[in-house]
Design a protein around this ligand. Structure first.
Ligand SMILES: N[C@@H](CCC(=O)N[C@@H](CS)C(=O)NCC(=O)O)C(=O)O
Length: 211
C-alpha cells in the first residue's frame, strides 16, 4: 500500500504487477528484480530497482521534484522525514501484533502494553504534525505527503483492530480511510481470495469501519 500510494497520490505514471505474497511464488516472481525480495519493489524509469520504501520515497522525490512528495516548507519537511523514518524503522509491537488486513474489524482485540506504547507515540507524532503544520488540509502536513503514504498502513491497523486512540489520531484515521486512493487499494485487495486467510485470529469479525 505504501509503495502504490506514493505513485498514485502524486499522479506518477506506473504499472503494478502482482506477486504471490501468500501463495508461495514470491521468490520466483521477484527473481529478475534481485536483490529485491520483498514488496513493494519499484523499477524506476531508468531501470533501477528500488527495494525499500524509504528509498522509493527519496528516489521518486528526486526524480519528480515538482510532484510535491515532501512538504514544501523546510521545517515541515524535517518533521515529515523524521516521522516517516520512525515509522519505517519502528512501531514493531503494533506491526507484529496487528498485521495489516483490510477485510474487517477484529472485535475484542486486547493490545499489549508494547502496542499501547506504540499508539501513544503515534498519537504524539500525528498530533504535533497536525498542530504545527497541518492547518492547510486534513493530512499530516496539510496537503498529502509521503508521510501520509507511510502512515496509511498504521491507520489501517488502528481501524482493522479497533484500537482506541485519541481524537486527533482517530480523525486522521478517518481521513485516511475516506481517501479515494486508499479505498481503491482496499477494493483491489479484498477482491483477491486468500486461502487460508494469512493472519487468522480467534476473534469475532465486524464490518470494516464506515466512513
Ligand atoms: N523495510 C521494507 C519492508 C518490506 C516488507 O516487509 N514487505 C512485506 C510485505 S509489507 C513482505 O514483502 N513480506 C513478504 C515476506 O516477508 O516474505 C520496506 O519498507 O520496503
Amino acid at each position: 500500500m505504501r509503495g502504490w500510494l506514493m505513485l498514485e497520490k502524486f499522479n506518477l505514471p506506473h504499472r503494478s504487477h502482482m506477486v504471490g505474497l501468500y501463495s508461495g511464488t514470491m521468490a520466483e516472481d521477484m527473481a529478475e528484480l534481485a536483490p529485491a525480495r520483498l514488496v513493494p519493489t519499484l523499477r524506476d524509469a531508468y531501470g533501477n530497482v528500488v527495494f525499500e520504501t524509504l528509498a522509493m520515497a527519496e528516489t521518486l522525490a528526486e526524480q519528480n521534484p515538482d510532484a510535491g512528495l515532501w512538504p514544501a516548507d523546510a521545517a515541515a519537511r524535517v518533521f515529515a522525514r523524521s516521522m516517516t523514518s520512525e515509522m519505517h524503522a519502528g512501531f514493531s509491537a503494533l506491526r507484529g501484533d496487528c498485521p495489516m488486513q483490510l477485510f474487517h474489524q477484529w472485535v475484542g482485540f486486547k493490545p499489549s502494553d508494547a502496542v499501547e506504547a506504540d499508539l501513544r507515540r503515534i498519537e504524539q507524532l500525528v498530533g504535533m504534525a497536525r498542530t504545527r503544520f497541518g492547518s492547510g488540509g486534513p493530512w499530516l502536513f496539510g496537503q498529502y505527503s509521503v508521510a501520509d503514504a507511510f502512515y496509511a498502513p498504521v491507520a489501517a491497523r488502528i481501524a482493522g483492530f479497533g484500537l482506541e486512540v485519541d481524537q486527533t489520531l482517530q480523525a486522521y484515521v478517518t481521513t485516511t480511510l475516506s481517501d479515494r486512493a486508499f479505498q481503491q487499494w482496499r477494493a483491489l485487495g479484498i477482491s483477491e481470495v486468500y486461502e487460508p486467510f494469512p493472519y487468522p485470529l480467534a476473534l469475532q469479525k465486524a464490518p470494516w469501519p464506515a466512513t
